[in-house]
Design a protein around this ligand. Structure first.
Ligand code: ADP
Length: 294
């Protein structure tokens, strides 16, 4: 029943009748159940979650579309979202992965990410909220980057982390950091670039045709350094990637310190999602950042 409803939704969205063979399960995700749907010489990638998470998939589809609008990198085209029985679904283009991330492909990736970041607008934020992992990510438009980062990013995750019991002293350290954010931005005014927003190594792949593909985004318009910082958080994207990015659009030298500030957001989010050692990692990062300004 569920799959038939999803097939109907795909047929309606594309205007072409679609009936699939048995869905095959796709591993590798962190949050959702994922499937490859094939039939009638069409291929789709489908993620499922409980019906109350429809909003998360609607935001993901809008994010994929926004990334595609920038025309910089290969993005799975969103097809439709909806609810079938008690599950919500997102359907997008299926892209066969498995190409090699060799030096020239990673250099292309670096160049294309810089191109994505050149897709800018005046205000920071986005037209709708979305999620980072499965945590709510507020995106109210703001004119001021520091105000945006303080209120909708670091402050938001710090609040959550304190409510989730992040160790003694977290609140005062966090407040001190939030009060002194300006110290990290002396002479640096970032543009409002379109960001993937969750660019760790699990959210890109190389297609079988050798193109870098990014997916599972948490998009908003903000400082491009935040995307770069995350590429360095859980392993690195490699020398060629960074050299090509720098060659296309050099980074300000203050990035080396600010990247800890930007990654603190993700480590706090990991603490909020998974607990455990991410709490002490976040505390250590706050200590390092405060030491920069004391
Ligand atoms: P989750 O939202 O659960 O984190 P992902 O969006 O990361 O799930 O997708 C899970 C896995 O499915 C990815 O690691 C990737 O290997 C594969 N995948 C993601 N998008 C596509 C796609 N459009 N086509 C083919 N495979 C995909």
């Amino acid at each position: 029943m569920k799959w038939q409803k999803i097939e109907d939704a795909i047929s309606k969205a594309t205007g072409k009748t679609f009936r699939s063979d048995r869905p095959s399960s796709v591993g590798g995700g962190c949050i959702n159940a994922a499937y490859h749907l094939q039939g009638d010489q069409q291929d789709y990638f489908v993620k499922l979650n409980s019906a109350d998470r429809l909003d998360m998939f609607e935001a993901e589809a809008a994010g994929l579309q926004e990334l595609a609008n920038a025309n910089a990198l290969k993005i799975p085209a969103p097809v439709c979202t909806g609810v079938a029985d008690n599950q919500c679904f997102i359907v997008m283009q299926y892209i066969p992965f498995g190409g090699r991330g060799d030096a020239s492909v990673m250099a292309t990736f670096g160049e294309q990410l810089a191109q994505l970041h050149r897709y800018t607008q005046k205000q920071y934020g986005w037209f709708r909220d979305n999620t980072i992992g499965s945590t709510h990510q507020p995106n109210h438009y703001e004119d001021d980057w520091l105000f945006f980062w303080r209120k909708h990013r670091l402050g938001f995750q710090l609040d959550l982390a304190c409510r989730h019991g992040l160790g003694a002293g977290a609140q005062s350290k966090g407040e001190k950091l939030l009060a002194q954010l300006e110290e990290f931005f002396d002479g640096y005014q970032p543009e409002a670039s379109l960001l993937h927003g969750d660019l760790w190594s699990g959210n890109y792949a190389i297609s079988s045709e050798g193109e870098p593909v990014i997916f599972d985004p948490a998009v908003y318009f903000g400082d491009r350094e935040a995307d770069l910082a995350m590429t360095e958080l859980f392993g690195s994207f490699g020398r060629e990637f960074y050299a090509a990015y720098q060659n296309s659009w050099p980074l300000d030298e203050g990035y080396t310190v600010r990247k800890t500030l930007y990654n603190l957001y993700h480590i706090l989010n990991h603490y909020n999602l998974f607990g455990g050692g991410y709490g002490s990692q976040a505390m250590g990062m706050m200590d390092r950042l405060l030491a920069e300004i004391c």
